[in-house]
Ligand binder design. Structure first.
Ligand code: UDP
Ligand code: MN
Length: 219
């Protein structure tokens, strides 16, 4: 169990990962009994839009917590090897995940678990909404801070990744743009008008489930 001096909420973009969610919820409930867990469930068959689901979850919980862990459903924090102290800047936590051999997969990796305050999230208008598919929205998020000259932070954090098949829903456009070529990618401007403030969606249902809240959303 980890005690915190602020209110923490987990925001998890989610579709079709029942086994992972069934492990995520009890794991983080035990670790952080006072934190809240919000699962943002994308309905329908359209490409999974991870960035937009983070925006939607954030808008729902913004007033209900002090900081938010933008979480993959399949990375479980290892007690004693993560630092969830209050973030002074947008903070990458999942720097040592088992799926990447407990090290950074590439130098600017900013995914898996990222701890932000509402102010930090708002400072870049959250995530860009219109990348079809997913993958690289975390790189884009990182760029959003760097391009504005805003600080980011990274901590050592050990996570056990749950196994799954490699997805095929990647955003090929963004992959091409980025192509792990950070010097190029950071020079491509982010449209800051596209984000939390322009996010169009419909919450079809809110379910209070055992240990977490699930938002069913149409995007
Ligand atoms: N995700 C999901 N359903 C999908 C694809 C992704 O719920 O069909 C969510 C889930 O939270 C997952 C995260 O998006 O942990 C990142 O996707 P994925 O695990 O496929 O990425 P990878 O492990 O390949 O980086
Ligand atoms: Mn994964």
């Amino acid at each position: 169990m980890i005690s915190l001096d602020y209110k923490l909420a987990f925001i998890i973009p989610y579709r079709d990962r029942e086994e992972h969610l069934a492990m995520f919820v009890p794991h983080y409930r035990n670790l952080f009994p006072d934190a809240d867990i919000y699962v943002v469930h994308q309905l329908g068959k359209a490409p999974f839009n991870k960035g937009m689901l983070f925006n939607i979850g954030f808008l729902y919980v913004e007033q209900r917590a002090d900081a938010f862990d933008l979480s993959d459903v399949d990375m479980l924090a290892v007690e004693g090897h993560v630092d969830y102290s209050f973030p002074r800047a947008a903070t990458h936590l999942a720097s040592a995940a088992s799926q990447f051999g407990y090290k950074m997969p590439y130098p600017i990796y900013f995914g898996g678990h990222v701890l932000v305050t509402a102010e930090q999230m708002r400072s870049v208008n959250g995530f860009y909404n219109d990348y079809p598919g997913y993958g690289c929205e975390d790189d884009s998020f990182y760029r959003s801070f760097v391009n504005k000259g805003l600080p980011v932070d990274r901590r050592y954090g050990r996570y056990e990744s749950l196994p799954h098949n490699r997805h095929v829903d990647h955003d090929e456009h963004l992959m091409d743009l980025f192509n792990r070529n950070w010097e190029h990618f950071k020079s491509v401007p982010r449209d800051y008008s596209n984000g939390i403030t322009s996010c169009k969606y419909d919450i079809a249902a809110v379910h209070q489930l055992e240990g977490y809240t699930q938002l069913d959303v149409n995007i």
